[in-house]
Design a protein around this ligand. Structure first.
Ligand code: SAM
Ligand code: SF4
Ligand code: F3S
Length: 470
């Protein structure tokens, strides 16, 4: 793809800001105070997109509510990665028929990854007639224009064309209050893991210009954000499409030179392009958190091949061992799929043994969910749900034991945490995170919120550490 076709032009972006003004003026003329409810599902990329939706809505004059009954506009920002996620959205869409019956002026919109799936857009068009606007991730930057069309024509609008995707800079953002912020450094995915829908709905890989990323991180640090996560489906291929001989490790090193008190982290990293250079850079850079999310998906080479992951168990182990050696105390997490089509019990147990061998601090574990249109969805899948559940339970049992043991090893140690808010536990009223992103429930003064602090760990369980400020 030519770079000029990837970047949305300044004129096209300026037009969207004009549509925001038009909508704002329309509401002002009616002396209306519009309220929106944005409900985001799925991964951090989607959360970051949700913050852009809110930014554009704020520019249109909206304030926000979490209750769809109170809202003039309800947006479901959806995820397509597993069937369960889709079912929840269809359930929520069903509920919105009632809110719309009570408030016929309410506008209902569906966006995000599900909206980009042809069969979903078709089903919504035919069977969910109360949905006024449907647009996929490719059309996110045009949201003000699409919303204007809905208000202006009072007709249903569908913007779900399949395309490679673009990059739109300068969209307004409403960030979460506090210390955490998300920065997308690239969009899309080229990897086509055989089980995964993401490349079909998010288009091809495209990297933001390093200067745009650096400027955003500088702004965030200046605004007081202290825990910044760089996002991409595979940050390790950042820069490939820029063709300027600049890679993700180069970007990390440059970000690290921004002065200030903050941590920088990233997700996700694909093992097939994780490099020793990246781990050396992480080890050298003081702001880069010693935490690595490196999804391995399966510990069996045949299954990895069928998944189209393009690394082997031993290559994965070599990478992890190198990273641990370079960064003592590194906190490691991963994603795992159990029950890929054709997986046997012995192959699933290879995944369990890899987990035992590596010693992950935490895992995100999933039972395989067929996604229509992907290669794996057409593969024979003889194992029953009950068998897969048994393998899955075994994996959880092993992981929970390992998480508990790794957490217990913190007891008595003094660690640095970032206090990010209040908790719901009256005995430990504060919530905080270690550099490795482990949850620490904390005894201490509320004045600590938003600050780094030294704390002494006094107890732990599978999911959290408990500590006192020192
Ligand atoms: N790009 C990231 C990577 O490759 O590490 C992953 C992004 S994906 C949104 C998050 C996780 O969902 C994957 O790592 C995988 O474990 C899981 N996942 C994706 N497709 C799935 C499927 N069809 N069934 C079950 N889990 C799935
Ligand atoms: Fe999906 Fe694989 Fe791309 Fe991750 S790298 S988003 S699992 S296709
Ligand atoms: Fe994320 Fe779900 Fe889309 S995991 S990229 S929101 S399919």
């Amino acid at each position: 793809m030519e770079r000029e076709n990837v970047l949305v032009s300044g004129a096209d972006l300026a037009r969207q800001r004009d549509f925001e003004e038009k909508i704002k003026t329309m509401f002002a003329a009616r002396q209306a105070h519009p309220v929106a409810c944005v409900d985001t599902f799925g991964c951090q990329q989607n959360v970051a997109d949700g913050q852009k939706l809110m930014g554009m809505l704020e520019a249109c004059g909206f304030t926000f509510t979490e209750d769809p009954k109170e809202a003039d506009l309800v947006i479901l920002n959806t995820c397509a990665v597993r069937e369960h996620a889709e079912q929840r959205v269809f359930g929520n869409l069903g509920i919105l028929t009632h809110t719309k019956r009570e408030n016929p002026e309410q506008v209902v919109a569906l966006c995000g990854c599900m909206a980009q799936e042809e069969r979903v857009a078709k089903r919504v068009k035919e069977s969910y007639r109360h949905v006024d606007l449907v647009f996929g991730p490719h059309a996110l930057w045009k949201f003000p224009e699409l919303l204007w069309q809905v208000y202006d024509s009072r007709r249903r609008v569908f913007a779900v064309d399949d395309e490679h995707g673009t990059i739109a800079e300068g969209i307004p953002v409403v960030r979460e209050k506090g210390v955490k912020a998300w920065v997308s450094i690239m969009y899309g995915c080229n990897n086509f893991c055989s089980y995964c829908i993401v490349p079909y709905v998010r288009g091809r890989e495209r990297s933001r210009d390093p200067e745009a990323v650096l400027a955003e991180v500088r702004e965030l640090v200046a605004a007081g954000y202290k825990d910044i996560t760089l996002l991409g489906q595979n940050v390790n291929s950042y820069g490939n499409d820029l063709e300027i001989g600049y890679d993700f490790a180069d970007l990390l090193a440059e970000i690290d030179r921004i002065p200030g008190e903050y941590w920088i982290r990233f997700m996700s990293s694909h093992p097939k392009d994780a490099t020793k250079k990246l781990f050396d850079t992480m080890a050298r850079c003081g702001h880069v958190a010693r935490q690595l999310h490196l999804p391995f998906q399966s510990g069996n080479d045949r299954v990895l091949r069928e998944m189209n992951r393009r690394y082997t168990r031993s290559q994965y182990l070599e990478l992890v061992n190198y990273a641990k050696e370079k960064m003592p105390g590194l906190v490691l997490t991963s994603d795992v799929i159990i029950g890929f089509p054709g997986e046997t019990e012995a192959e699933a147990m290879d995944t369990v043994s890899l987990v035992e061998e590596v010693g992950f601090d935490a895992l995100f574990t999933f039972i395989y969910s067929p996604r229509p249109g992907t290669k794996a969805a057409a593969m024979p899948d003889p194992a029953t749900r009950a068998e897969k559940q048994k393998w899955f339970d075994k994996l959880l049992e092993v992981q929970n034991r390992m998480s508990a043991a790794l957490h217990a090893a913190y007891i008595g140690r003094t660690v640095r945490v970032l206090v990010d808010g209040e908790s719901d536990d009256p005995d430990y009223p504060l919530s905080s995170r270690t550099e490795g992103n482990r949850l620490v429930r904390l005894k201490g003064d509320k004045a600590l919120i938003g600050q780094f602090a030294q704390v002494r760990v006094t107890a732990s369980n599978t999911w959290a550490l408990y500590a006192e400020a020192v």
